[in-house]
Design a protein around this ligand. Structure first.
Ligand SMILES: [Cu+2]
Length: 218
């Protein structure tokens, strides 16, 4: 509301300078009230469109989120994970951003073992944003290289994560913009069968804070 008041005062002041006649001034004030009403009833984007709102703060922001993927206890930064042997995990498992934000998600993957997706799976391909792998633009990760995915199906997001080089890590940077009507609670999960049981879907795959977590879009 504060910004709307500022806009009004700017419009009235500018109008007064341009139009000294009182009668015209009254007409302009009525017009200004109309602008004010539409700005209050609509979104802040409407206020941004007003000519006087040159100083309005941008609504959307860029959010940087860093995650680390690893397996076992002897890889990755110490203290990040509580080990379960052969359980891959990603941390922090809960992420938050706002509708309309542009999110830059950086994932360092320390798991050096590939886990192939079933033939024909859509989860090898990047979806819902743009991705770089170790600095190079990437649109898909092959079954020879894929270790995990960071996927939020309800938001149309899929980030295939490449296995780490021996003794190191791969760096995936995924950038996406969240639609303004997508506020809500979602679940991210991995889709590679990395869970350890015969079908690869149990254990870490079925356990929150390992291969799945919460996504809150405020
Ligand atoms: Cu996985």
């Amino acid at each position: 509301m504060k910004s709307v008041k500022n806009i009004n005062s700017r419009i009235v002041t500018a109008a007064s300078r341009r139009k000294p006649l009182q009668m015209i001034g009254v007409g302009l004030i009525v017009a200004t009230v109309a602008v004010s009403a539409s700005a209050c009833g609509g979104s802040s984007a409407g206020a941004t469109a007003a000519p006087a709102a040159t100083t309005a703060a941008p609504v959307a922001k860029t959010v940087n989120i860093d995650m680390i993927g690893k397996i076992d206890a002897d890889k990755g930064p110490t203290g990040t994970f509580t080990s379960k042997e052969h359980w891959p995990a990603m941390a922090p498992s809960d992420v938050t951003f706002a509708a309309g934000d542009t999110v830059v998600l950086t994932i360092k993957e320390y798991d050096d073992a590939p886990t192939a997706l079933p033939a024909g799976s859509p989860y090898n391909a990047v979806a819902g944003g743009t991705m770089t792998l170790d600095g190079a633009a990437t649109t898909t990760v092959s079954n020879e290289n894929i270790a995990h995915t960071f996927s939020i199906p309800e938001l149309g997001i899929n980030v295939p994560l490449s296995k780490a080089p021996d003794g190191g890590f791969s760096t995936t940077v995924f950038t996406f913009t969240v639609a303004k009507d997508k506020a809500g609670s979602y679940t991210w999960r991995c889709f590679t069968p990395c869970g350890g049981d015969p079908k690869g879907m149990g254990g870490s795959m079925a356990t929150k804070d390992w291969m799945q977590g919460n996504v809150v879009v405020s």
